[in-house]
Design a binder for this molecule. Sequence first.
Ligand code: WT7
Length: 635
Amino acid sequence: MSNYHIKNLEEYFQVYRESVNHPESFWEEIAEENFVWRKKWNNVLECDFSKPEFKWFEGAKLNITENCIDRHLFARGDKTAILFEPNDPSEAAQHITYKDLSKRVNAFANVLKSKGIVKGDRVCIYLPMIPALAIATLACARIGAIHSVVFAGFSSTALSTRINDSACKMIITSDGSYRGAKTIDLKGIVDEALETCPGVQSVLVVKRINSSIQMKEGRDEYLEDLLLNVSNECPAETMDAEDPLFILYTSGSTGMPKGMVHSTAGYMVYTAYTFKNAFQYKEDDVYWCTADIGWITGHSYIVYGPLANGATTVMFEGIPSYPDFGRFWQIVEKHKINQFYTAPTAIRALAKENLDFVDKYDLSSLKVLGSVGEPINEEAWHWYNNNVGKRKRPIIDSWWQTETGGIMICPIPYVTPTLPSYATLPMPGIQPALMDENGNELKGNQVEGKLCIKFPWPSIARTIWGNHQRYKETYFSSYENKYFTGDGALRDDVGYYRITGRVDDVIIVSGHNLGTAPIEDAINEHPAVAESAIVGFPHDVKGSALYGYVTLKEVGEHRNHENLSKEINQIITEHIGPIAKLDKVQFTNGLPKTRSGKIMRRILRKIACNEMDQLGDTSTLLNPACVKEIIDGAL
Ligand code: WT7
């Protein structure tokens, strides 16, 4: 039996036990048998929770692009690696074979080199969902440059913060992007961002919408022009197992986003392994993950995991509602998609529309349906199961995080019996622990607590770029010798896990992880605002939406509240992006605070959720009177 591919429940339990009892030999065997190495490791795992420091396959040498591309060229050279489906259904899809991909990645890598990018340099990528995005990440990996992809929905301020935090030397962008019926001027956003990024020496511009844009002499060049002068062969740089592969920012409890650093070998092994098992990918399957490569889901399960398995991975440029709400299902029929991986927020949005949009397409190719990003509520689960899966296809509710690099808790389709709203069982190698209020691990079943992982796995993020102390404090200081996830979870009577949601100040809006602090910081920049607090409240499509409580300075008190709300949302859009806009803004004369001055978000959350009867004791507050006023003014 090979540990790499689990085929039935008995095998799962056997493999899981093995992975817990002998984690090192378990991962060693998987690494040895399924990847190409230039040199093998000296040591499978070095682990020190106190630093914290985790090293997997230390001493090994490899290049991830040889595993994702070169080694497939012989047997799968003419197989489609990336299947690109454009925004507009009338534009032809592109089938990029492994051979094409190899040439394009190598040529792109040579362009990077010609612009002076070397191993260890950071390159920011700010592109729409076009093939150049996947190719740019792989081109960086080819030469050992560290990519930092910034989701192209982020604003110029958010972009410049991320560029500067990791001192990127170059940014790769496009002359614009298509989004449904709209076009977006990405290059304009980049130009604005670069006004405050002195370290960026060059801008590569990919042509997509052929708009006339400003090109800054000596800084900006079209990728297409540079490609004319390079060869499409580029030797892969030899990388150490622990060399950083990429940085990806995620929001945190302060205004500064956290640049999560992922390593090369461990990340490769874990994403490839989980891709194979979580999707039960078979050689000729066509796999589609609807996420954007700007998020970890796209990194791990559009690019690296699928390509390491020689899969055909679909990249979709558009949105689920254009030209109509049948777009996803039309694509499933057109490309005979076998595995479909999406987010609950998309399912909820589509479930609101007429069922004809689904029923008119042939979805019989589908074998596996996936969900990721937030808890999938039962209603959405049943809609997905009834209408897309026709009650015959397993739904894999996969729980994981930017920090974990790959899927952590998830049913294995056709292996693990599924249960609505349960992520079910841990992947091999993953050892969850539920913790009680006193910091003790809750043993046995039918318990609920804070979710930790008590043993390292190969794709755990290694640090926060430039701030190891913050890494330690955020993830390793709450519980000794454990990684703390920030989520709550319960374990039912058979040992299945159900994720109950965040237990910190992160709010998941449409599957996007938003910290309250950066949004509050942005609002507080408005000259009329004295103070603000953001909480989440239930929303039927977004899962959670944002409710802002805003206290004005005296100067702002007489301003029209409607206009002020608009201005506040404008500032948020500029600082973070439209995803962080507030659905409700309530102006208050004060915010409930503890005696030490900390805003009691718990109370505000209850009011926003219309659970006024569950406020608990408010008498110990510094200013209990303001609670009544806030309830009276609640929206
Ligand atoms: C947070 C991580 C993992 C890629 C996308 C999000 C929530 C994610 C689930 C799920 C319940 C989930 C958690 C987690 N989350 N998947 N299947 N069930 N909650 O990555 O932006 O780093 O967010 O998303 O709260 O901590 P991310």
